[in-house]
Design a protein around this ligand. Sequence first.
Ligand code: DGL
Length: 268
Amino acid sequence: MALIGVFDSGVGGLSILDEALRQLPQHDYIYLADSANAPYGERSSDWIATRSLALCTQLLNEGCDAIVVACNTATAEGIQEIRESLAIPVIGVEPGIKPASMQTQNGIVGVLATEATLKSDKFNALLATLPSNCQFIKQSGAGLVPLIEAGQADSEATLELLAKHLEAIQDAGADTLVLGCTHYPFLRRAIRKLLGESINLIDTSEAVVRQLKRQLELQDKTSRAAQSCTLTFISSKDEQSLLNMAKELMASDMTSHHIQAKSLSSIR
Ligand code: DGL
């Protein structure tokens, strides 16, 4: 059994935690949301890297055996430094442009991600490895994260903004859309309303958790917990509202877990 840290700028990483609880329910988890500073996607590379390293170090100090940087933006800008600084497995999240390039039928793929992710060297290096016969329509989802953070994933305002952001992707006739930010799986219903049921949505959370599982197997940390597991929610803004959002947004049954909420200032 392991203690796993899951970190995001806000509630987006709950989409990864949800999948982790489905595949690996036998572990303790700490979910850390830096909601006081979200969105990260419009901040500078240096700021994102420094802040992400500081928060992952706090998770290490809490005793985590592994950390999932459940944020495409923090992965793009900071994962290298985090891996170099922390002597535990650190798993990141990247937009699923590779699986998208393999699954698209018409070769037209939309990529919805934050401005920082789309501009990052890491994303562009990955893009450069993919076949040139696949056309990627890149679109920043500016403004969507604050709406999701405010619990408005299905509101009219969100639908309107999303419609604007998806216009170029829709006009190009994309048959596949990469959800390149961990907040965006919570927009699934809104996206389907706008683009229809047939668009293939690529969300990498399942693959990310499989990677976490492999890392835990390598550390021999796969056994079942003897008693009920603990799920700790930590927020830099409002831990009670984080907990409420987790209950609302996640499909996992958390009743078998001991749940607690803490403020970021209460940990080292
Ligand atoms: N959830 C994040 C991501 O995957 C960050 C969004 C943001 O804070 O801008 O990119």
